[in-house]
Design a protein around this ligand. Structure first.
Ligand code: PEP
Length: 281
């Protein structure tokens, strides 16, 4: 992951025509969990209207509660990849929780005629699942979005990335998503975006922020922007070059993390906000 005595030497990589480096910001807006073909297609169409070519789509969901929706798994992959192809989406970030999922994704992509690229997401709960990390490192087809462990040190999360890189896959984006504390509300996690410059200083990995899982609520003050927007601002000012944001066409009926999902009508505002903040420094 490029730790060279505190010097950021080279940063980033390119994948499927998208640059993951400090030169621009990639907005990965999409569904936390795929629940229907209609949701996928509405999301992708909204992205295409904004000219955004990257998204997040959850098929395999690592839920804390076994009785909650676990994701549609391989069944929804054709919906995702065909819709991505139709709407010109170039990279889909998708969490995998088991090496078997990588094969399923590969197969589904082939079946759909390779219409898009995939970035394999390692979720916070699997940040130290070393066998999964090694499998993801051994495959070279897909870059990796690694989400920091919510209850481990930053150093431990960086070492987890070394498990991926040392197996042969250095295309890793490091994602901050908040850390767990005993303090509870108002936000789901304690926002850790002050670590962005630390990761940029210590490694060559591009840094992503996930304000949705950090904040956990899509609410806004009566006269202001959602807390999620402010967290994005913090992350971008700190030097993040990618944001991962949950959206849903109908957050009130989303099967996973509905309270933190922004509405599709907010996508344009998020894009404008991102450009303004990014342009301001
Ligand atoms: C997600 O991004 O869908 C997710 C579950 O995030 P995290 O692993 O950060 O909780």
């Amino acid at each position: 992951i490029g730790r060279h005595g505190g010097q950021r030497t080279t940063a980033g990589f390119e994948y499927n025509g998208v640059s993951f480096d400090d030169s621009s910001v990639n907005i990965f807006a999409g569904l936390c969990a795929v629940d229907s073909l209609e949701s996928v297609d509405s999301m992708m169409a909204a992205l295409a209207r904004c000219g955004i070519q990257t998204t997040r789509m959850g098929a395999y969901k690592p839920r804390t509660n076994p009785y909650e929706f676990q994701g549609l798994g391989a069944k929804c992959l054709p919906w995702v990849f065909e819709s991505a192809g139709k709407h010109g989406i170039k990279v889909v970030a998708m969490e995998v929780t088991n090496p078997r999922h990588i094969d399923e994704i590969n197969d589904a992509l082939k079946q759909a005629g390779n219409p898009t690229g995939v970035m394999l997401q390692v979720g916070t709960r699997n940040a130290q699942n070393f066998e999964l990390l090694k499998s993801i490192g051994q495959q070279r087809a897909f870059p990796v979005l690694f989400k920091r462990g919510m209850g481990i040190t930053l150093e431990e999360s960086l070492n987890a990335c070394e498990y991926v890189a040392s197996e042969g896959n250095p295309k890793i984006v490091f994602c901050l998503r908040g850390v767990k504390t005993h303090l509870g509300d108002p936000h789901r996690n304690m926002v850790d975006f002050a670590h962005v410059p630390v990761v940029r200083r210590l490694t060559r990995m591009p840094v992503c922020v996930d304000p949705s899982h950090a904040i956990g609520r899509a609410e806004a003050p009566p006269d202001g922007l959602p807390d999620i927007f402010h967290a994005i601002g913090q992350g971008l000012i700190a030097g993040a070059s990618m944001v991962l944001v949950d959206f849903h066409p109908h957050p009130e009926i989303a099967l996973c993390d509905g309270p933190q999902a922004l509405r599709l009508e907010q996508l344009g505002a998020l894009q404008r906000y991102t450009n303004i903040v990014r342009g301001a420094y």
